[in-house]
Design a protein around this ligand. Structure first.
Ligand SMILES: C[S@@+](CC[C@H](N)C(=O)[O-])C[C@H]1O[C@@H](n2cnc3c(N)ncnc32)[C@H](O)[C@@H]1O
Length: 247
């Protein structure tokens, strides 16, 4: 039983105990296989989704960018490619994921442009009004206290700064919905489990997407945290969605 009904909180391993601890443990466990599995299971479409998120931000010229839940650093590296003059900070809870990110940053010779920080999105170790842009790719679903995490991102943004969230959603188009649910619920945990050795992690992926607030429910939380001009843009038959807000 992984769903704690009273809190509607889905956790990777057990219904009792802290979600944050379990999430950290899960990403530490799968960090070595994360990139390979990510691109395999999404057929590389995750790269397109991150690019579309950056395109959605338009002509912003950020000096300081924070990528929350940076994981193995793909979004942080893409942010650097897009805005080479900006300083990018990637923050994550999992030392295992950050270790992989660190190797990629070092291989690209970008240690002076991309800073990796171990930390919690719900208690960001940065001063108020510091970043011009905050991004988070496939991270918010894993927060233990979603509103707190969104409020923290608002706090560290400068007035006028933008937040871009990329997250899975549940497709609503009839045939796509059935096919995708079958793939996501049955096939993906088998492949993910066989390669990573952690089937629960890939079951959690399905369960957490089912329970996560999407579309207006998430933009309402963003508005409640002080963001304005919030909107969302579904991608690829509604498998994924970009959410934008301004401080
Ligand atoms: C699915 S991965 C996404 C990684 C990356 N952003 C990407 O697009 O591939 C989710 C990441 O969120 C991180 N995470 C989960 N909860 C977090 C929290 N409270 N604070 C910081 N990072 C967190 C996990 O450690 C994990 O690396």
């Amino acid at each position: 039983m992984r769903i704690n009904n009273s809190m509607m909180t889905v956790k990777p391993y057990t219904a009792s105990g802290s979600k944050k601890k379990q999430v950290k443990q899960m990403f530490d466990r799968i960090s070595g296989e994360y990139d390979k599995l990510n691109h395999l299971l999404s057929a590389g479409i995750d790269i397109r989704w991150r690019k579309k998120t950056l395109a959605e931000l338009g002509n912003v010229q950020p000096d300081a960018i924070l990528d929350v839940a940076t994981g193995t650093g793909d979004f942080a590296l893409m942010l650097h490619d897009h805005w080479p003059e900006a300083m990018v900070t990637g923050l994550d809870l999992s030392p295992g994921m950050l270790e992989v990110a660190g190797k990629k940053v070092a291989k690209a010779g970008l240690e002076n442009s991309i800073d990796l920080v171990e930390g919690d999105s719900e208690n960001l170790p940065f001063e108020d009004n510091f970043f011009d842009l905050v991004t988070v790719g496939f991270g918010v679903r894993n927060f233990e206290h979603l509103s707190k995490g969104i409020s923290e991102m608002q706090r560290v943004l400068k007035p006028g700064g933008k937040l871009a969230i990329l997250e899975f959603t549940k497709p609503r188009t009839p045939v796509v919905k059935q096919l995708f649910q079958w793939y996501f619920k049955h096939l993906l945990p088998r492949i993910g489990g066989a390669i990573s050795g952690d089937t629960a992690a890939y079951r959690y992926l399905f369960d957490s997407v089912q329970a996560f607030p999407e579309y207006e429910a998430l933009t309402d939380i963003m508005t409640g945290a002080g963001f304005s001009k919030t909107y969302y843009k579904p991608l690829t038959f509604g498998i994924c969605c970009i959410y934008i807000g301004e401080k």
